[in-house]
Every structure is written in C-alpha cells, then in structure tokens.
Design a protein around this ligand. Structure first.
Ligand SMILES: [Zn+2]
Length: 477
C-alpha cells in the first residue's frame, strides 16, 4: 500500500464538468439529498476528490477547511468513493474513483442541513481546503471565485439617527446597532463569497453613527425648474449672508454656479451636483452643498427669494416620520430628502459603495433601495436600507441583495419575467431563512458583476485582492 499513499494520484475535479480544478469555490446551489439511483440536478460549484491511481484510494482521508488565517473551520471524513471516468491523459486501462460531490457551504445553515450534511464543509473565501491522512497533508486548494481570483469591494456604512443626538436607527444602544451592522456585513460576505467577492473583514469596516443632516442642501430649480424671471435670492451660511441678483432667463444651473462661487469666496468648499431631469420638470435641477475645509457639512438658513419662477428649496432630513422615498416620477433624481441624506455621506469616489441605514421609509412595503450606475443619475453606488431590512436578516438577505443591484448594475429582479426564483439572491420577494431561501448567485451573475463592476468597468467597484499570505500570518493551532 505504500505506493497508494502517494499524493500524486489525488486531484480536485469539478462535480459537473469533471475538469480538474486548481482552486475551489463556495457552492451556489441549495443542499439536495444524494442518491446513487437518481442523478442530482447540477450543483453549481460542487467538486469531487478524484483518485486516479487504481481501484481504491488510501483509507482515512480527511477533508478540512481553514480560514484565511489558517484557523480550522470544519472537517469531513471522505470514505465513499464511486467509479469515475479518468482524466484526459491517464494511461489506458487505468481505473479511477471519485468521492461524492462535496459542497463548500457559506454558513452553518447551509452546512448543517440534513439533506447534504454528510458531504458539506463550512468554508470561507480566501481560506483553503486540505486533504490529509493521519495528519499528513496530501493536497490543498484555495477557496476563490468560481473562475479563480479574489475580489474586494469597499463599503462605507452610515447609521442615521432619527433626530440629532437621538437613538440609533435600530438596536437599543450605539454598541448593539454597530454589532448588528457588522453581522450584516459578515452575512453579505458569506453570500457574495459565492462569486469570490468580499467587503472586507466586518470588524474593520467603516461604520459611523451620524445625525440626520439639517438644512444642508439647496436645490436650485426644485419642482419644475423654470428659468428665473428676475429678483433677489439670499441665504445665510455660518451666520454670513449670501445675496445674488437674478436676471430674467437665467437657468437654475447658472444661479447655482453663482451661489457656489460666492460660498468658495467665503473660504468654504461648495459641491454642485446636477440631477437628472424628472418627468415633470423643464430642466434638470442642481443641488448645492457647502462644507468646511475639513469636510464638515454646513447648514443654510434664512433662505429668501423674490424671483417668481425659479424655485430654490432647502433640503433637510427628518426621520421621525420616515424617509420620503422616490416614486416613479422622481426615481431618476431621488426626493429632496433622499438627496440631502445621500449627498451628505457621498465621498464622490466612484469606487466605493455607501450604505445608509435609516429607521424607516415613510411608507411601508419597502426595506431597501439602491442607486446604481446605469441609472445615470448623480447619486450612484448608494444603498438605503431600513431597520425592517436589518430585522429580516437571513430571511431576505437585504444588504447582500441591495449590493447585488449595485454590483450587477441592474434595477430588476431574477423573477421579473414570470418565473419564480425563490432561491436566488436577486429574487424580488422571497422570504425564507433556510438554505433554500434567497441567497444563491449564479455563475452568470458572478460574471456580470465582474463585467459591470470589475477593474475595467466604468464604475470599478471590484478590485483584485491578493490571496491572504500564509507565510505572513502564523498558523494558529
Ligand atoms: Zn431589489
């Protein structure tokens, strides 16, 4: 049997195609019971351990999953083998055997489901899977994206209080709110791990609890965005007055630029953003925010105008009555309250995703919404989610779902065309905490995320991540 212990005969092969694999990936199909009589529907991402040296592999093979830092996560004895076609190039007459398909599960619900617990292994993106016998390591492979590689995306998370100095949007204290948020990021990592995408270690994520911005935005041309007919516009900022004379025919954009340059002359930073024209408006409206040099947001006050046609509105956020969210008419621009909130946290960096968590939306039935690149609006790569979304947690994977809209750059859902897709992350209405719930991503979706958000995309939200250095981090036992 000495020869049979040589690791050369062991390989990883794809359970579907039978092709050899250099890396493994998290399974993208729900757990189904294995039977020798009835073939399984194809399991996306499952693999087998192939023994190409004869009738039987060495006994006592153990499959172990390790975290990126080498910490042991899970293990599984592999003792059922079945005849299997040999890989191309194997000597004629050779017989090969392979294990049952093995599933690398994203979380414990998936790992422990009784239908497939005997062939599931809890694994983490960036970690590895090792085959050993009597504690001797025979073969290992990293856990990567379905086509290899690792991808990372930077999210910045803001928890917005209902009112200044009020309670956090969910949880009883700031501490529990932050812990719940990091748990959501952990879950989004597990789900997006199917596509090789990570949002970074949850404990290191940027999570801030902030007050709602008050009187922080001036919208020029709010409502119908008619041109000016002549008059005087004034407002105060940090106690100082800004006054602008409006001439007939002047556009909202031109008045906004004059206000911005007056603010810059006072030594502050002015940020102008043009909105997409909404269904009812004559021209696009333009938003103006003012910040101190250190980035702190400033408030406007004493807004007054004698112009009869050019509207200027002051944007504030008051979450005690819920956030006014967009309807079909203003979907492209967002409501004034939404824009005030989202622009207050926008860093202008197209490579980051801002996640804004609020107490609630003004009307029910909605737990999250996203502003995506293909909307072509000036609000991009931003997500709003309320506490109902946090509460739904594993039932609907709200954060991972909204991140899906942004990374896939699609407003729609997998069940938009009539066929129900309750197991897909991008299903519109599935609610199921089991491994059959809305948590799966397809290979086509993984490919699309890279196409729409990868390094060569217009909004490069995904960048390649180096596999964790195993020499740099000492192995813990
Ligand atoms: Zn959706």
């Amino acid at each position: 049997m000495a020869r049979a212990q040589a690791p050369a005969g062991l390989r990883w092969i794809d359970a579907g195609s039978g092709e050899e694999r250099a890396s493994l990936s998290l399974v993208r199909s729900p757990p189904l019971r294995w039977s020798d009589d009835a073939p399984l529907p194809e399991e996306e991402g499952a693999f087998r351990l192939l023994w190409a040296e004869g009738d039987a592999p060495p006994e006592g093979l153990v499959l172990a999953a390790e975290a990126p830092d080498g910490r042991p996560l899970d293990q599984l004895e592999i003792n059922v083998f079945r005849p299997h076609p040999c890989p191309a190039g194997a000597p004629a007459g050779r017989r090969c055997v392979a294990s049952l398909p093995v599933r690398l599960a994203m979380d414990l619900d998936d790992r422990m489901h009784p239908a497939a617990a005997e062939r599931s292994l809890l694994a983490t993106l960036g970690g590895q899977v090792v085959v050993s016998r009597k504690k001797q390591r025979l073969l290992s492979a990293p856990v990567l994206a379905p086509r290899g590689g690792l991808w990372q995306s930077k999210i910045r998370v803001f928890l917005v209080r209902e009112r200044p100095q009020g309670p956090p949007p969910f949880g009883f204290t700031d501490g529990t709110a932050e812990a719940l948020t990091r748990a959501q990021i952990r879950r989004a990592n597990a789900v997006w791990g199917q596509c090789g995408v990570s949002f970074g270690p949850p404990e290191a994520a940027e999570v801030k609890i902030v007050d709602p911005p008050s009187s922080a935005l001036l919208a020029f041309g709010c409502g119908a965005a008619f041109r000016a007919s002549g008059g005087r516009l004034s407002f105060r900022i940090e106690g100082r007055e800004v006054a602008i004379a409006l001439s007939p025919g002047q556009s909202a954009a031109s008045v906004a630029r004059r206000a911005a340059s007056a603010i810059e002359k006072m030594g502050f930073r002015a940020v102008l953003s043009e909105n997409l024209r909404t269904g009812a408006a004559a021209a696009p409206s333009v938003d103006l925010m003012a910040r101190r040099r250190d980035g702190a947001l400033l408030s406007f006050s004493s807004l007054a105008s004698s112009d009869a046609t050019l509207g200027v509105c002051l944007g504030s956020v008051d979450l005690s009555d819920g956030l006014q969210h967009f309807t079909d008419v203003d979907a492209v621009a967002g409501t004034l309250e939404e824009r005030t909130l989202l622009r207050s946290v926008d860093d202008g960096d197209p490579r980051t995703i801002e996640v804004v968590l609020i107490p609630s939306f003004a009307t029910g039935g909605r737990i999250g919404e996203s502003f995506i690149h293909s909307d072509r609006g000036s609000l991009r790569n931003m997500i709003l989610e309320d506490r109902a979304g946090i509460r739904a947690d594993a039932v609907s994977f709200a954060l991972a779902h909204e991140l899906g809209h942004v990374l896939l750059d699609v407003p729609g859902h997998s069940d938009d065309f009539g066929r129900d897709t309750p197991g897909r992350l991008m299903d519109s209405d599935a609610a199921d905490p089991s491994p059959f719930g809305p948590r799966r991503l397809t290979l086509a979706e993984c490919d699309r995320a890279l196409r729409q958000s990868g390094p060569s995309a217009a909004a490069p939200l995904l960048s390649p991540a180096a596999p964790p250095g195993r020499t740099a981090s000492p192995r813990r036992r």
